[in-house]
Ligand binder design. Structure first.
Ligand code: ZN
Length: 243
């Protein structure tokens, strides 16, 4: 199976459309989404509607839960909270139902898919080798796919050692059967690794390889929509910097 793994679309329709065209061109066997469909961006309903028929499976993110009122936003920063409250008022019943039905984990022979971490699927951030180790110990998997931090990267367990490695666009990552992996696929709609381009992961199960794809999209169009919608300016500004 050849997979396109996307995450953290965050209601950014322009980024999503560029990613979906690229995915169409490569024609994978399945598209999987790791959650945070909504929150931050100006097009929550269109993003879910365009994505939903394309997905083989998806898991729920913390912003999806928050937008449904099922997760306390007290821990969110003021910009994220404002965007969640804005989003709550705009979700259709269909989108609400779809987000509400998403599972926390999705397991296939090739991988375990979660939003945050295998240890705490919806809310934990894997930010370093220490948090990665906790997840290697907490769950059984050869490969786990995560999003949530919006920073692409790889965590590799080799015996007792856990290492954090960067994942550069177009570098071919070869998955060895003797090692275990947690791959963060980055974010489609709000990258935070200093590269403003939309990110997704191409995973080839048969070849045992993974490649991070980065794509430019018309950021200014999204920013203008956010301004028109009255979403916090800081959230529009950060798209240009990828922070
Ligand atoms: Zn997110």
């Amino acid at each position: 199976m050849r997979y396109a793994i996307i995450s953290d679309v965050h209601a950014n329709l322009e980024a999503l459309q560029v990613v979906l065209s690229d995915i169409d061109r490569r024609d994978p066997d399945a598209v999987i989404c790791l959650g945070d469909f909504v929150g931050y961006g100006p097009d929550p309903v269109s993003c879910v509607e365009q994505l939903r028929p394309r997905l083989a499976a998806a898991v729920v993110g913390n912003h999806d839960r928050a937008a449904l009122g099922r997760l306390d936003i007290a821990t969110f920063n003021p910009y994220a909270s404002a965007a969640i409250l804005w989003t709550r008022d705009r979700l259709s019943d269909e989108v609400r139902q779809f987000l509400g039905d998403l599972p926390e984990t999705h397991r296939r022979p090739a991988f375990l898919a979660v939003h945050g971490s295998p240890r705490d699927p919806v809310e934990e951030y894997i930010v370093d080798a220490v948090t990665a180790r906790a997840s290697f110990e907490a769950a059984e998997f050869h490969l786990a796919l995560v999003g949530h931090t919006h920073v692409p990267g790889v965590f590799v367990q080799d015996g007792e050692r856990v290492a954090a490695l960067p994942l550069h666009p177009e570098d071919l990552l070869e998955l060895r059967s003797a090692h275990r992996y947690i791959i963060n696929v980055g974010s489609v709609g709000q990258p935070r690794d200093g590269d403003p381009r939309a990110a997704y992961l191409w995973l080839d199960e048969g070849a045992g390889t993974a490649v991070l794809v980065r794509l430019e999209y018309p950021i200014q169009v999204t920013q203008e929509k956010m301004a028109a919608a009255g979403l916090p300016a800081m959230l529009a500004d950060r798209l240009a910097y990828g922070r």
